[in-house]
Design a binder for this molecule. Sequence first.
Ligand SMILES: Nc1ncnc2c1ncn2[C@@H]1O[C@H](COP(=O)(O)OP(=O)(O)OP(=O)(O)O)[C@@H](O)[C@H]1O
Length: 337
Amino acid sequence: MIPALQTRALTIGYRRHGKAQALLDQLDLAVAPGELVSLLGRNGAGKSTLLRTLARSQPPLFGSVLIRGQDAARLSAYDLARAVGVLLTERLAFAAMPALRLVELGRYPHTGWSGSLSQGDRTIVAEAIAAVGAQHLAQRDMAELSDGERQRIMIARALAQRPAVLLLDEPTAYLDVSARVEMFAMLRHLAREQNVAIILSSHDLDLSLRLSDTVWLIDKANRLIHGAPEDLLSGTALSAAFSSNAIDFSLTERSFRILSRLRGEVFVSATGAERDLLRTVLEREGYGLTDEPNRASFSVLATAEGWTLRTTQGTSGGSSYADLAHTVRSLDENPVP
Ligand SMILES: Nc1ncnc2c1ncn2[C@@H]1O[C@H](COP(=O)(O)OP(=O)(O)OP(=O)(O)O)[C@@H](O)[C@H]1O
């Protein structure tokens, strides 16, 4: 099968005073139709630069990008627009036009110069708008939409192109929490449904790791490591790429934990969600959890009715986590022996 997108010995970066300054080099990557790839890495790692290079918005330093087996550098602008849908992060000035019109413009590479839409084009536009859940925005003016609403419309426009490859730079950036999840799930579904290869950059680690087929991870040594999320999770690549003195990536939680100097450890009798909630309260107060009672500064027992905290000096209890936090904080003022 011909990959939807492929890179051959691709080196990306910038030229300063005529001298090449590479961010990532010798990339040999391939993305199949229907595959969802998340591009992860710290700020300044080179994610946008890579996406811009794949989109032909900036030239590679060396090497090449192939779209459906054809050298992207040789495609006409028209053919490129039919094959590759792009949403980069540049803030665009929006003309006063209805959102629907903007999405319709996505059909332009297929309609030719006349720009007149067939019934089929209109159906595709309607489907693209529905796919991003933006039917209620269609008649609104772009200039008066919120950042998140515009983001949806811009993605709908890219979808309306019906491209083979969709390149999205931080598509969830302006979205609220539930909209992020919905957008990611929608892209996941779309990749399979329309057999489109989607490459997106994201700082939403948890969603990327759950919903992508493949992760491209740019590590601190400027290497691009790729594999299924689980392959990266089972090794040290992810923690090595993101951890620092202040935070640590927890494989089990698929998110970051703040590393602070521990005031002590706590023995907790609780399971499931209650244990997780206790953990976050205690971590915020500077305590870690231990399974060994003799190492613990104090213990906490949680049940559905409430919590009981035991120190060598006595026992207290309550029903809310706020009360527990308050009690733990007051222990700090009178340290547990
Ligand atoms: N036009 C430019 N000329 C020279 N260097 C640039 C240019 N644009 C970006 N850079 C540099 O290239 C590096 C990568 O930038 P890029 O925007 O690709 O990172 P990123 O991974 O997308 O970061 P973020 O997560 O912050 O969006 C940065 O060090 C940046 O300063």
